[in-house]
Ligand binder design. Sequence first.
Ligand code: PLP
Length: 377
Amino acid sequence: MKIPFNKPFLSGNETKYIEEAVLSMKISGDGIFTKKCHAFFEEKYGFLKCLLTTSCTDALEMAAILIDIQAGDEVIMPSYTFVSTANAFVLRGAKIVFVDSLPDHPNIDVSKIEALITPKTKAIVPVHYGGVACDMDTIMELADKYNLFVIEDAAQAIDSFYKGLPLGGIGHLAAFSFHETKNIISGEGGMLVINDDQFAERAEIIREKGTNRSQFYRGEVDKYGWMDIGSSFLPSDIIAAFLFAQLENLDKIQAKRIASWNAYYELLKPLADQNLFKLLHFDKDKTNNGHLFALIMPNLEERTLLIDFMRKKGILAVFHYLSLHKSPFYKEKHDGRTLENCDNFSDTLIRLPFYYELTQEEIEFICNSIIQYFDER
Ligand SMILES: *Cc1c(COP(=O)(O)O)cnc(C)c1O
């Protein structure tokens, strides 16, 4: 059996909608399908305003521009995350203040944030790892108290909730990803969510090369011009057409992914109960959106052995983030604090194959291989 780590899922209407977008002869940005996608998210999750972008990375870069990051401003975020979370702010001259993860989940340990806030702190960027919410109540309270912005990196967090609130709808701004490794995809793609009205108008301008072309298209102004800094952050309507086909199947995709997650959990929980490895812990007020399934091995050596064992059986399991505070680019810039839990996840976390079409038979094969690994060890 050959089991890849990820497999993009086509829900059916992707090529049909792409053809429609092409034949409409309006294939640049903000066409019919882009508008349909914006409306979908605004209606389903109650987000104030949504703007499709070419990636989550771009949405984060837009957020950094919107909150007016200046050289020397400090931005607080976990170290256990993708480079774009940090890079978007570094591009504008920010200093990143990395925070450790929780002991039992890669999410930011909110109890460590307040001590790191200085007069230069401008924002907190929580990353909802594996689609599981960070402790947003504490983060929003700190933001209120110190007058900071909160930008949710919700790249993995589509259709996930914290105390009943949709992730991406809690911070002032949020960024989603539709990269082919995420739950809902468009190849490359992303979205900026604006929950604070003060950013709504400027976000459109920044996304359209610093011009007010969006207002012009709506007939609100009779010519458009250069209003602000900006870049080309909007995707072609062909990308939005693909994405809309996925969105029409969002509930089906989510139900299937959560069923796969539950199947893994049922088969692997007994091994976790024997302390052979740990599973990620999260409280009941946070939902699981079936983005990934991870094991925490006792150490780096055991992780390498298990990944190799599975590879020989044709199963591709992978590790995840390397601590950003130890990266070749940032290690000299980091303030030297050790981030023990983050480093531990870098060394010991394994992600098992996870994709829409994963079958019960494949899940059983994967779990039996893990059982066999521990039996033969
Ligand atoms: C995938 C991911 C990103 C980047 O998304 P792109 O759409 O590829 O730019 C950023 N942050 C996190 C946490 C991610 O998982």
